[in-house]
Design a protein around this ligand. Structure first.
Ligand code: ADP
Ligand code: MG
Length: 697
């Protein structure tokens, strides 16, 4: 019944149906029923003209029309009606649709009008009011809260107004008659005093009171989040039951020798904890599917190495995939340094690896003489075949989608264990929604002895002060990064800014006393490497760069990160950049330079950076500013296309729904309890449809 195409609803012909499909993605009764309002207006209050708020708010009043006239003004024709509330008068104005409106306006008949106020020279008027005779208003469906639906210009111009949408939904509800199928177990409905399904669907469109609306909203939001979580958790459970994994039982010579001889420092408690969690997964007989979260500098690299050594001790190869060439190279270098003289063969494969080298690499991989492969997504190309890949680590940086991850699995008979590392922290709520099917480990502690990076915000006119600061740091023997934005759309301008900046810095810090490196995306790899190398060897004191260094370099002697036009960077990028300093024992600094003109979001970003160094906290603010879709990139936004819930505003419901789904599966994993029957039925229906709201019929 609910699958009936929308054109079969009375009052909706083929023309309207086409508009609804094109503009609102409404194809069936089902879609219309779940086309939710985005806000509500209060139609229970009536204003008098002399009580109007002095702003452009929406008001409703009763009264009648005294006169109607058409005027010709410079900006075009207008239809003006003088409206009286019995004491005062105001003008109602129409810019379009004059003939039709004029024909229908009745003078001296009581009307209820509603609309947004407009003020001119201290006098109120109301353009394009919604009007209804008092008689029809009193008969109408909603006298208190009225739903407002998302709409488009095109719909409005074709006469599909809010009123028309409401009428269609009313028509639908009346024609359906049968109560809707309850999808949640009674226990949950009681626990949160939710509206039942039927009441919820009626009150979401035609709320009988604020309380009923709240109960409906809460229920539908919860329901949406709950079923997503339930599906993700079931996927996770099934995965564990179905997908067998290699069993890494042994902790052998490679791991032990490394631990005893090469470990350069004591592991933090958090590092030990996650190594343990990962070891347990890899020994369980099921394939590991785990997300490792940790702030910049929390020490994820060594964790990655140690688990690759466990794979090796069990005679399996590993690979580590990074999002950029620079990062892949850096991983390769740091892992090589950590491995030292241990007998482990490790290689790097990126887009710029020469063909002749690739051939040798491929042979070594297939014969199993290569233990660890580090690289960019070049490592998942079809030509790359492992003898026995046991572990794949993905350093995600938001860029790799699940599809690419899955591709790795097919390299062998059994899928390798998969560990996804995020380079920037993801707020818990977001991680739950996007990675809900993965197990999550968190390194929530930085190695000891790190000094908190001091972050300062200066406006551009304080540049001399900043130069003085830089020269003092250089006197102490430290090195400085100065970073410029390079954003694709304005590449030419940005490039000029970078060069101008480089020139003025060169003037302020002239050779031979000072030496400056410069690195940007347009340089050849060879030249980039050369410039970076000079900086790493302390031959240059200042590195002027674009964001290519964001994930790149590790120079513990660098104490200061200056970020130019900081207002143009996003929070996670600023945090990543700041993470380039504070890697040694010296007090480090991050200086944000910006113009005076800051948007309120930019101000929030500057404030957040100067007051917090906690990546998880910063990620929460970032999520609030940018929204989930932007934060995760388009790849994952599908999971985030919610119809009624909002993972930021409703994060409390998300957590609750997640916990409930978890508890429920723990107690009744097959949902056999009669109480849980609605869930089982609903899930079965959901499988048949992509959209999770397509399950009731
Ligand atoms: P990230 O998590 O950002 O990848 P890295 O793995 O690059 O962090 O580690 C950052 C720095 O901290 C490196 O120089 C690394 O050697 C050092 N480090 C990692 N773990 C510890 C530890 N337990 N004690 C001291 N230093 C550590
Ligand atoms: Mg790292």
């Amino acid at each position: 019944m609910l699958q009936t195409p929308i054109e079969f609803l009375s009052g909706v012909g083929p023309n309207r149906a086409n508009l609804l499909k094109q503009e609102l993605n409404i194809f069936s009764f089902q879609d219309l029923l779940h086309f939710f309002p985005h806000r509500y207006i209060d139609r229970s209050k009536f204003y008098k003209i002399n009580e109007f708020p002095q702003n452009n708010s929406e008001v409703q009043l009763k009264g009648s029309i005294i006169s109607v006239k058409t005027t010709n003004q410079k900006k075009g024709k207008r239809l003006i009606a003088v409206f009286s509330d019995g004491n005062q008068k105001m003008e109602l104005i129409w810019f379009r649709g004059h003939q039709w409106i004029k024909k229908n306006l009745k003078t001296n008949v009581p009307y209820v009008i509603f609309g947004r106020l407009s003020w001119y020279a201290g006098k109120p008027s109301m353009p394009h009011p919604e009007m209804e005779t008092e008689g029809s208003f009193n008969k109408g469906f909603s006298k208190s809260l009225q739903a407002v639906y998302p709409s488009t210009e095109k719909l409005l111009s074709k006469g599909i107004s809010q009123k028309v949408i409401s009428k269609m939904i009313m028509e639908l509800l009346n024609s359906l008659k049968i109560p809707f199928f309850e999808t949640l177990p009674p226990g949950i409905i009681d626990k949160y005093k939710f509206a039942n399904k039927n009441e919820a669907l009626i009150n979401i469109h035609f709320p009988k009171s604020q309380e009923k609306l709240t109960a409906a909203l809460n229920r539908l939001k919860y329901e949406e989040l709950f079923f997503i979580q339930l599906q993700l958790l079931i996927k996770n459970l099934q995965h564990k039951q179905k997908i067998k994994g290699y069993i890494f039982q042994k902790i052998g010579a490679k791991f032990n020798t490394f631990f005893e001889q090469n470990l350069p420092f004591d592991l933090t408690k958090a590092q030990k904890k996650v190594v343990k969690e990962i070891r347990k997964d890899m020994g369980s007989g099921q394939q590991m599917n785990r997300l490792l979260q940790g702030d910049v500098g929390s020490g994820k690299t060594i964790v990655a190495l140690m688990i690759m050594l466990i794979a090796l001790d069990n005679n399996f190869q590993s690979c580590l995939m990074a999002p950029t060439e620079i990062l892949a190279k850096q991983h390769f270098q740091s892992l090589k340094d950590l491995i030292g003289k241990l007998d482990i063969s490790i290689a790097l494969l990126t887009g710029s690896t020469k063909k002749s080298e690739r051939i040798i690499l491929a042979e070594k991989l297939e014969s199993g003489t290569l233990d660890i492969l580090i690289g960019t997504h070049a490592v998942i190309e079809d030509a790359v075949k492992f003898k026995n890949l046991g572990l794949a680590i993905v350093d995600e940086q938001h860029r790799f989608g699940v599809a690419q991850r899955a591709k790795l699995w097919r390299k062998n008979t059994l899928p390798p264990h998969v560990l996804v590392m995020t380079a920037t922290p993801i707020p818990r709520t977001l991680a739950m929604s996007v990675y809900g099917d993965l197990d999550i480990s968190v390194i929530d502690e930085l190695p000891p002895g790190r000094k908190r990076i001091k972050t300062l915000h200066y406006y551009d006119n304080n540049r001399l002060k900043v130069f003085k600061f830089i020269s003092d740091e250089i006197k102490k023997g430290r090195q400085i990064y100065i970073v410029y934005p390079l954003i694709q759309e304005s590449e030419k301008m940005d490039y000029k800014d970078l060069m101008d900046g480089y020139e003025s810095i060169s003037r302020a810090f002239p050779p031979p006393k000072y030496q400056i490196s410069i690195v940007h995306g347009k340089m050849k790899v060879k030249d980039k490497d050369y410039e970076m190398d000079r900086f790493i060897k302390k031959q240059t004191q200042i590195m002027v760069a674009t964001t290519v260094i964001e994930v790149g370099v590790n120079v513990p002697n660098a104490s200061t990160m200056v970020i130019e036009s900081a207002e143009r960077f996003g929070l996670s990028q600023l945090h990543q950049l700041r993470g380039r300093v504070g890697r040694g024992n010296n007090q480090s600094f991050c200086i944000l330079m910006s113009s005076h003109q800051l948007s309120s979001d930019a101000k929030t970003r500057m404030e957040t950076m100067t007051t917090s160094t906690d990546g998880f906290k910063i990620a929460e603010v970032d999520l609030k500013l940018r929204g989930p879709g932007d934060l995760m990139g388009t790849q994952q936004s599908g999971v985030l296309q919610l119809k009624i819930a909002d993972i930021i505003k409703d994060s409390q419901w998300l957590k609750t729904a997640r916990n409930d789904a978890y508890e429920l599966l723990r107690l009744d994993s097959k949902m056999e309890d009669p109480e849980n029957r609605p869930l089982r039925q609903t899930l079965a229906k959901m499988k048949a449809f992509k959209n999770i709201w397509n399950y009731i019929s």
